[in-house]
Design a binder for this molecule. Structure first.
Ligand SMILES: Cc1cc2nc3c(=O)[nH]c(=O)nc-3n(C[C@H](O)[C@H](O)[C@H](O)COP(=O)(O)OP(=O)(O)OC[C@H]3O[C@@H](n4cnc5c(N)ncnc54)[C@H](O)[C@@H]3O)c2cc1C
Length: 402
């Protein structure tokens, strides 16, 4: 009977072990995670866990892993991979042998390197403990600086405002969410946040953090000194590739995998935020940081480890919730020749299409979740539509699918 080891007990690792047992694999499974919790999903950490009295939920409880005969090693860091002998080292000396290995190591938050970044009251968000630490800072009236106007920073800003905090967002670029989205969407989000009382400062980097034993102020590149009670930093993650690289696996922006989620070693697979993978629908290699990718790529990798030969092919999809705006995006275009809009983007009620010829290469919906379901299917099926049809509210996407 074969043995599989999964390194990283986050969302991708958790979904992978589920899929392995669901596919009928009866061999040994070791799931090793550096955190002290069983696998959980992260989207609530910046949303309802900061604003509502909701419980922290695991994907499955301990009894489930026991029943499925999955050996879970928590608070356990895999420190090296020996590809020759097909063994990994956990911590200092524990050895686990594998026939196939799955790397779902995700990413680590990028840290600020300015003066004062080590002060108490400067927080980052990736884990449940960090979400609790941020939640504890969000007292009514607390002054919070959010560094980074990307998805995570803006979700935290919205949550902090809902809790009655006075929030300033510092964004070094000239628009919000500029790494992933066009200016029209950045502008709509800016209007939404400003309308809800968030002080948005664009073209403004953080230069330093002041305080004696705890953060007291942030200093910006514009020379402003803003008194604060807490700082939350959301400036992205770096994929956790060091161990894979040390083992000689091919690494670019992420662990490089083929369409079957296999690394440059046939016995080693990878899935989730850590991979750079080909996407034939987008036409290039991608590294995605999204719930859908973590789930479905992990399931595909697990099934392929168990004997299937299924390529991982799907339209990238992501969502973010900020105040009463549900934002969804499909595709990951790096270029387009024109934009078509439907509805009122500036009022957070519309759709924006990124078009290349007659192909929809990207779509963003603001408070249009139902439309986005059909648009995602249209994009997956390479259905075309005219600009007039896409812009016309009276044309249903269900009809365009036919
Ligand atoms: C606050 C927050 C909100 C989000 N909201 C959304 C959203 O609204 N929509 C959306 O689409 N996506 C969202 N995401 C993104 C989504 O949660 C991630 O894409 C997903 O968690 C990636 O899963 P993963 O398993 O690949 O990586 P991770 O969740 O990072 O898990 C990797 C795990 O591996 C462990 N690990 C790393 N190295 C080792 C090692 N050597 N040994 C043992 N263990 C190791 C880590 O400790 C970690 O537990 C959000 C993310 C965050 C942080």
């Amino acid at each position: 009977m074969e043995s599989y080891v999964i390194v990283g007990a986050g969302q991708a690792g958790g979904r992978a072990v589920e899929a392995m047992r669901a596919s009928g694999f009866e061999g040994r499974i070791d799931l090793v995670g550096a955190e002290r919790h069983l696998p959980y999903e992260r989207p609530p950490l910046s949303k309802e866990l900061l604003t509502e009295d909701v419980p922290f939920e695991l994907m499955h409880d301990a009894a489930w892993y026991k029943e499925k005969n999955i050996n879970v090693h928590l608070a356990a860091l895999v420190t090296s991979i020996d590809r020759q002998s097909k063994r990994v080292t956990v911590g200092e000396s524990q050895i686990l042998a594998y026939d196939k290995l799955l790397l779902t190591t995700g990413g680590t938050v990028r840290k600020l390197s300015v003066d004062g970044a080590e002060l108490a009251g400067v927080e980052y968000l990736r884990t449940i403990e960090e979400s609790h630490a941020i939640g504890a800072m969000l007292d009514d009236g607390a002054r919070i600086a959010v560094v980074g106007g990307g998805f995570i920073g803006l979700e935290i800003a919205a949550s902090a405002r809902k809790r009655g905090c006075r929030v300033t967002v510092l964004e070094a670029a000239n628009q919000l969410m500029g790494r992933a989205l066009p200016p029209e969407i950045g502008k709509a989000s800016e209007t939404l946040h400003r309308g809800n009382g968030v002080d948005i400062r664009l073209d403004t980097a953080i230069e330093g953090i002041e305080g004696s034993d705890k953060v007291e102020a942030v200093v910006t590149s514009k020379g402003d000194r803003i008194a604060v009670d807490g700082v939350v930093v959301g400036i992205g993650i770096a994929p956790d590739t060091a161990m894979a690289e040390a083992a000689g696996l091919e690494v670019a922006d992420g662990i490089v995998v083929d369409k079957f989620c296999r690394t440059s070693d046939n016995a080693i697979y990878a899935a989730g935020d850590v991979t750079q993978h080909p996407n034939p629908l987008v036409g290039r290699k991608l590294r995605l940081e999204s719930w859908q990718n973590a789930q479905n790529q992990a399931i595909t990798a697990a099934n392929n480890m168990c004997g299937s030969e299924t390529p991982f092919v799907e339209i990238p999809w992501f969502w973010s919730d900020q105040f009463d705006m549900n934002l969804q995006m499909c595709g990951a275009p790096d270029s387009w020749d024109r934009i078509v809009t439907r509805g009122d983007i500036s009022a957070c009620d519309g759709l924006l299409f990124q078009m290349q010829g007659d192909t929809i290469v990207g779509a963003i919906g603001l408070n249009r979740p139902r439309d986005m379901r059909f648009i995602k299917r249209m994009m997956g099926a390479a259905k075309t539509a005219t600009d007039e049809q896409l812009a016309d509210e009276s044309v249903g996407f269900r009809d365009l699918m036919r």
